[in-house]
Write a protein of this length. Structure first.
Lengths: 411, 104
């Protein structure tokens, strides 16, 4: 058996995808013009699938901060945080994020993926229990593969399902070593844009004495009076023992973090392999993220309002045309399509019409659904989104996804 | 030992005390057959104890995990993900459920 034979099934599916004439997984941004526009296939396209929720990738103050940092400190740290890669600026960034959440401790990671992977797999060990939502991000699933804890999966956004599984652990006849329980949730789920019923989950966790870790990757900036995420908007910031987030979405760069009030939190710095055995974020990233966090604190209210106005424009517009969307309003709007090939074809037609969104097909999606995944930006204009709704409606009718509009016959 | 929360101790009410009896092997097999029925590649295929779930049926690993969640709730057991990963046949799945149910 050849090394690649085990991927034969996936290869067939991938071939199907490519027969549509464009490969959504190898799309090239020839030139990015702004947070909402890029040249793709030689043509200017509207970007509605880049997780750039506040549009800060081109914020002049963030760009300047990054440029200045490169001049002052060079292009990279060439080392890990536990060796030569801890600069004053890394520590300052950690203090600023901790302060943003009102928590005592913060650890910064080189990517958000590594933050989840490292923290989750290290927090629980042999004889502990890790409970994850069925629709968790790949970084959480990968943490499950690294940890020695027993992993139990509960139904997506279903506190009763978690309750049943925590109760069953309690029922186990395992003597005097009950082990810790860590429950992992996400503020906003990245495929359908739905939020966890966090208050209810917290109540279940309290009842069973479980620790709570919440990933606010897609909700940082978007939710809460200060943009801290679902933990803030649900009013349970103090009940979330660990909050993980990313710099690669709202903050417009790359990297991840975890904040906590646990007095022993810093031990993770010498136990978390995804933190210890990789180079630290380069000075330019640290500088632009620090500045982006300042922008979020100073202008967050306005940017959040713009973002949510855009969410409503797109969501309501698509619903009015008959599209089937994710269950609730959110900066991610998932558009359900009947099957993989329709989704790929729809995606391709949108790209031809100058609109880029993400396409998500099994096995990357929950319950085998096929989706167009749109993510909104505070600086999308209403005209851009109205145009997008019009284009999608046209393609939807052509492809038979939407019913053709019936003419009103006057009597 | 420090704990996550001040654990709220609740009096066991009637529903918590009421435990389901250990299911029979027949009951477990019947439920697995029902759950897997939709994943047969053709209707004439008969699912048996020796059916290799991932190979003989059109089911991906995510759908297997979803099916396991349904079985967990039906028989009030939790099958850890690493245990699920090692289960190959319908018989092995049934044995795992029966073993966990007996330990409740």
């Amino acid at each position: 058996m050849g090394l690649f034979d085990r991927h034969a099934g996936l290869l067939d599916a991938y071939r199907d995808v490519r027969t549509t004439g464009a490969d959504p997984f190898q799309i090239r941004m020839e030139r990015v013009l702004s947070p909402t526009e890029a040249i793709i296939n030689g043509k200017k396209c509207l970007l509605v699938g880049t997780n750039n929720y506040f549009g800060l990738t081109f914020d002049p103050s963030c760009m300047e901060a990054a440029i200045e940092a490169i001049r002052a400190e060079g292009t990279g740290t060439t080392g890990s945080r536990i060796a030569n890669g801890s600069y004053s600026e890394h520590v300052a960034l950690e203090q600023e994020i901790a302060e943003f959440y009102g928590k005592k401790h913060c650890m910064v990671f080189t990517t958000g993926y590594q933050a989840n992977l490292g923290v989750i797999s290290t927090l629980v060990g042999p004889e502990d229990f890790l409970l994850i939502d069925a629709d968790s991000h790949a970084s959480i699933y990968d943490a499950c593969k690294q940890t020695q804890a027993e992993v139990v999966r509960f139904k997506h956004n279903d506190p009763a399902s978690l309750d049943a599984r925590l109760r069953r652990l309690k029922d186990r006849d395992e003597g005097d070593k009950p082990g810790n329980r860590l429950v992992v949730l996400e503020g906003i789920y990245s495929m359908l844009g739905d939020s966890a019923p966090l208050k209810e989950f917290i109540a279940v966790c309290k009842k069973h004495g479980a620790y709570v870790l919440i990933d606010e990757a897609h909700s940082l900036g978007a939710l809460g009076e200060n943009g801290r995420g679902l933990c803030e908007s649900a009013g349970v910031l103090d009940d979330c023992h660990f909050i993980v987030g990313t710099f690669s979405k709202t903050l417009g760069a790359i990297g991840g973090y975890c904040v906590s009030n646990d007095p022993d939190f810093d031990i993770l710095r010498v136990t978390t392999r995804a933190y210890m055995f990789t180079a630290s974020p380069p000075p330019s990233i640290v500088a632009s993220v620090r500045q982006a966090l300042k922008v979020v604190r100073a202008q967050g209210t306005q940017l959040r309002k713009q973002l949510w106005d855009n969410v409503h424009t797109l969501y309501d517009g698509l619903v009015a045309q008959g599209f089937k969307l994710g269950p609730e309003y959110g900066p991610v709007v998932g558009v359900h399509l009947p099957d993989r090939m329709t989704a790929i074809g729809f995606w391709r037609a949108m790209l031809d019409a100058g609109i880029y969104v993400n396409v998500a097909v099994p096995p990357a999606t929950p319950n085998g659904v096929s989706l167009l995944r749109c993510s909104l930006c505070a600086v999308h204009t209403k005209e851009q989104l109205d145009h997008m709704i019009e284009v999608m409606t046209g393609i939807g009718r052509q492809m038979g996804v939407l019913q053709p509009k019936l003419k009103v016959v006057s009597r | 030992m420090r704990t996550a929360q001040n654990v709220i101790v609740e009096n066991d009410d009637a529903t918590a005390v009421l435990r389901r009896r250990v299911p029979t092997r027949g009951e477990v097999m019947a439920e697995i057959m029902t759950q897997l029925g939709n994943f047969r590649t053709d209707d004439s295929y008969v699912i048996r104890g020796e059916t290799v779930i991932a190979k003989d049926l059109a089911i991906d690993s995510l759908a297997v995990m979803d099916m396991v969640m349904e079985l967990e709730d039906r028989f009030d057991v939790s099958i850890p993900m690493n245990v699920v990963a090692e289960i190959q046949t319908v018989d092995e799945l049934a044995n795992t459920i029966l073993k966990l149910a007996a330990r409740r």
